[in-house]
Write a protein that binds this ligand. Structure first.
Ligand code: ATP
Length: 246
C-alpha cells in the first residue's frame, strides 16, 4: 500500500496550490482522481513521480508498505499527460525504454514490448517514429511503456484522453483485466466521469484553491455489472460535487 500524508505544495511566491492532501492506494485497486482543471491533480502525480518543478515548495510524506520513500522511486511508474516519446527513437525503442532504464536486457525488453504491439493497435509500427503516428497511437505507445514496467504503483495522467471511444473501451478493459491478473496500485487522473465509474474501485474528488480532496467514494458494483444505468446515480452525484467545487 502507498500512503500520502499531509501533502502541501506552494508556489515560489507562497501561494498554496495543494493543501494537506492525504490518501492511500491499495494494491489491486484502481483509484481515479477527478476535479476541476487547475485543482492540482497532475501536480500530485508529478510529485509522486519525482518530476515536480523544483521551484515549487513541498511538504508531505509518501510511504510504501509503511516505509518512507524518497522520490522518484523505482516502485512507481508514471505516464504523464503528454506522451513524452523521444522523437529520435522508434516506437519500439520508446515503448521498451522504461524497462531498459530499469535494467531489463535490451532484447528481452524489446521482445516483451513487441509481443503487446497487436493488443495496443501498434503492430506494423515498430520501426515508425513518433511523428509518423496519430496522437492516439502515440498515447497507446506511452501507455504501453508505462504498463510493461514491473512497478507496483502506476500513476496515469489522463492516459486515454486522445483515444477514440472504441479504442478507449478496449484499453480500459485491458487495464482492468491486467490488474486482476497482476494486482498493483493505480492512481489515474481522468476528466471523464463515465470512465471513472466504469473502471475505478474508488474515486477521489478534488476541489481547487487550494487543491484538496473533498470526497472519497468507493464503487463496489462488480465491473461486469456496471452499465450506463447502474451507475447513473453515482455519476450524477460526482457531477454535482464537481459543479459545487468549480
Ligand atoms: N511550476 C509551477 N509553478 C507555479 N504554479 C504551478 C506550477 N505547476 C503548476 N502550477 C499551478 O498549480 C495548479 C495545479 O496545476 P495542475 O496542472 O496540477 O492542475 P490539474 O488539476 O492537473 O489541471 P488539468 O486538469 O487542467 O490538467 C495550477 O494553478 C497551476 O497553475
Amino acid at each position: 500500500m502507498l500512503e500520502v500524508t499531509d501533502l502541501t505544495i506552494r508556489s515560489s511566491s507562497g501561494t498554496v496550490l495543494i493543501e494537506d492532501l492525504s490518501f492511500d492506494l491499495v494494491t489491486g485497486r484502481l483509484t481515479c482522481l477527478i476535479g476541476p482543471s487547475g485543482c492540482g491533480k497532475s501536480s500530485v502525480l508529478k510529485w509522486l513521480a519525482g518530476v515536480l518543478s523544483g521551484e515549487l515548495r513541498v511538504a508531505g510524506q509518501a510511504r510504501l508498505h509503511g516505509a518512507e520513500m524518497s522520490l522518484p522511486h523505482p516502485a512507481i511508474a508514471y505516464q504523464p499527460q503528454q506522451d513524452t516519446l523521444f522523437p529520435w527513437l522508434t516506437i519500439l525503442e520508446n515503448a521498451s525504454l522504461g524497462l531498459e532504464i530499469r535494467r531489463t536486457g535490451r532484447s528481452i525488453a524489446r521482445d516483451r514490448v513487441r509481443a503487446l504491439f497487436p493488443t495496443f493497435g501498434l503492430e506494423g509500427h515498430e520501426r515508425s517514429f513518433p511523428d509518423q503516428l496519430s496522437g492516439g497511437m502515440r498515447q497507446r505507445a506511452a501507455f504501453l511503456r508505462t504498463m510493461v514496467q514491473k512497478s507496483c504503483v502506476l500513476l496515469l495522467d489522463e492516459p486515454f484522453s486522445a483515444l477514440d471511444a472504441v479504442t478507449r473501451l478496449m484499453m480500459q478493459g485491458w487495464l482492468t483485466g491486467r490488474l486482476a491478473e497482476d494486482p498493483r496500485s493505480v492512481l489515474m487522473v481522468t476528466h471523464d466521469l463515465f470512465e471513472a465509474t466504469q473502471i475505478a474501485d474508488r474515486v477521489l474528488v478534488m476541489a481547487a484553491d487550494p487543491g484538496r480532496i473533498v470526497s472519497d467514494i468507493s464503487i463496489t458494483t462488480p465491473r461486469a455489472d456496471r452499465t450506463e444505468v447502474s451507475l447513473a446515480e453515482t455519476r450524477l452525484s460526482l457531477r454535482s460535487m464537481l459543479l459545487e467545487n468549480t
